[in-house]
Design a protein around this ligand. Structure first.
Ligand SMILES: Cc1cc2nc3c(=O)[nH]c(=O)nc-3n(C[C@H](O)[C@H](O)[C@H](O)COP(=O)(O)OP(=O)(O)OC[C@H]3O[C@@H](n4cnc5c(N)ncnc54)[C@H](O)[C@@H]3O)c2cc1C
Length: 425
């Protein structure tokens, strides 16, 4: 099989991954003096911060996914290929992909991370991660199917398992998903399932450390915990999951919780790609790069975003794995590629932290901005504005805004549909 990309006189930059980092880089290099090949295993860019809203029936997958071909309709130098990259062969300047071999002059690895189950095979088999839009849909389907089943079982213990939800990991995703589920329990599910007793439903948020939103300020942490408890989430700190068999969660301290739905938001590890020297891969599977995003020991290979491990004086343990780092690195690397054409000195990367935020539910959010920390309604408005503006595409922005407004005024999450793909026989 051949990827079938015409050679030109322009130098070719192959970008693997069209996430926040790869997409920013490709956009900045569109109609530049390079030929760009953007490779992704999906034909769309995914807006990960809002996966939890797809999982909780608040947004359609299409509202937070955007097709690459539409983004680059006017960029003549950009060639998109939907493929999985399997191996890099640095000596030949080639990559092996599911659609054949592709040559490069420069290679940029922007493949991001995947869920880390810390080697626990049973967890991997039974828990639901949230690292792709299809996993978010799986969670939506699972919750809704469990409620349909809860209606028809008579045994109360089995019913409890179907109704309870356990979320593991109290970072922004865990906090946001459990807060939204608690709101569904309050405003929506009892109306949809009046035959069920919602006193039986419990939402547990399990966190291995001593606070929720551990990377944010103590004020944000404390307030988020209070908001979660007020809305009915059972927050369990210093709680470490040992195992999960699909119906019971076993904690290290001997506690057990009955649930058929376990959401795993407790960590990520870099996506793997063969062909680079082992000594430049960190424990978390990140690739060591210098301040120009160049992979250590390779002159034509770069890495950026979540997969890249770069240190600078303020970040001796690497940058946080957040969208802003990927976007800022993508933007600077594009600038540096353009500078390379002019044979001028490159600019080193320095991360500008714009702050972090998380929402717990309607009117409730926490925000740590560089010079200001605040919580409550205003933080919630800022959270919505920032997320809305970050979504790709005016139509998607409009759709999301209309959905949010509708859900806010009707106290409803209207997309409670079980849609599963039918496997061909
Ligand atoms: C549920 C969730 C919520 C989040 N919320 C926030 C938030 O609120 N704020 C924030 O700043 N950050 C948030 N993050 C983190 C943020 O999404 C990441 O930091 C960001 O996506 C990193 O960008 P990236 O370009 O490095 O990788 P990604 O955006 O993960 O993109 C990687 C791309 O590479 C492709 N790919 C991977 N492997 C291959 C391969 N072998 N071949 C071809 N293609 C491949 C993937 O399909 C994907 O498109 C969240 C993450 C998740 C999962």
């Amino acid at each position: 099989m051949k990827a079938n990309i015409k050679e030109t006189t322009q130098k070719r930059i192959v970008i693997i991954g069209g996430g926040f980092g790869g997409l920013k880089l490709a956009r900045q290099l569109s109609n530049s003096g390079y030929q760009i090949v953007l490779i992704d295993k999906n034909n769309y860019h995914q807006f990960q911060p809002l996966f939890y809203q797809v999982a909780t029936s608040g947004l359609e997958p299409s509202a937070i996914s955007f097709p690459f071909r539409k983004i680059f309709q006017k960029a003549k130098n950009i060639h998109i290929r939907i493929a999985e990259v399997i191996q890099i062969v640095p000596n030949n300047n080639q990559i092996y992909t599911s659609i054949g071999i592709i040559n490069y002059d420069y290679l940029v690895i922007a493949i991001g991370t995947n869920t880390n189950f810390f080697g626990n095979a049973k967890l991997m088999e039974n828990a639901i991660p949230m690292k792709s839009v299809s996993e978010a849909l799986t969670l939506r389907n699972t919750i809704l199917k469990n409620y349909e089943n809860a209606l028809i079982v008579e045994d109360n213990e089995i019913k409890k398992g179907l109704m309870n939800i356990v979320v593991v990991g109290a970072g922004p995703t865990g906090v946001e998903v459990s807060g939204t589920l608690a709101e569904m329990k309050k405003y929506i599910l009892p109306k949809d399932y009046p035959e069920l007793d919602f006193q039986m439903m419990q939402i547990h948020l399990l966190e291995g450390s001593s606070r929720v939103l551990g990377t944010m300020s103590e004020a944000a942490s404390d307030k988020a915990k209070k908001y979660l408890i007020d809305i009915g989430v059972n927050v369990m700190l210093n709680a470490r999951v040992k195992d999960y068999d699909g119906s019971i969660v076993y904690l290290e301290d001997g506690t057990t919780i009955k649930t058929n739905t376990l959401v795993w938001a407790a960590g990520v590890t870099g996506n793997k790609i063969e062909g680079l020297e082992a000594k430049i891969i960190t424990k978390a599977n990140r690739i060591k790069v210098d301040r120009y995003n160049k992979v250590e020991g390779y002159s034509a290979i770069f890495a950026l975003g979540d997969i890249a491990f770069m240190t600078e004086p303020d970040y001796p343990n690497g940058h946080p794995q957040v969208a802003q780092v990927a976007i800022q690195q993508g933007r600077l690397l594009a600038k540096n590629f353009k500078i390379m054409l002019l044979n001028k000195p490159l600019k080193p990367f320095s991360y500008k932290n714009r702050g972090s935020m998380a929402t717990i539910g309607r009117n409730k959010a926490v925000a740590d901005l560089p010079y200001l920390k605040f919580q409550g309604f205003f933080a919630w408005i800022v959270w919505m504005f920032v997320h809305l503006m970050a979504i790709v595409g005016v139509k998607n922005r409009l759709f999301v805004f209309i959905n949010w407004a509708w859900n806010y005024f009707t106290y409803d999450q209207s997309l409670r549909l079980i849609i599963e793909t039918k496997k061909k026989k």
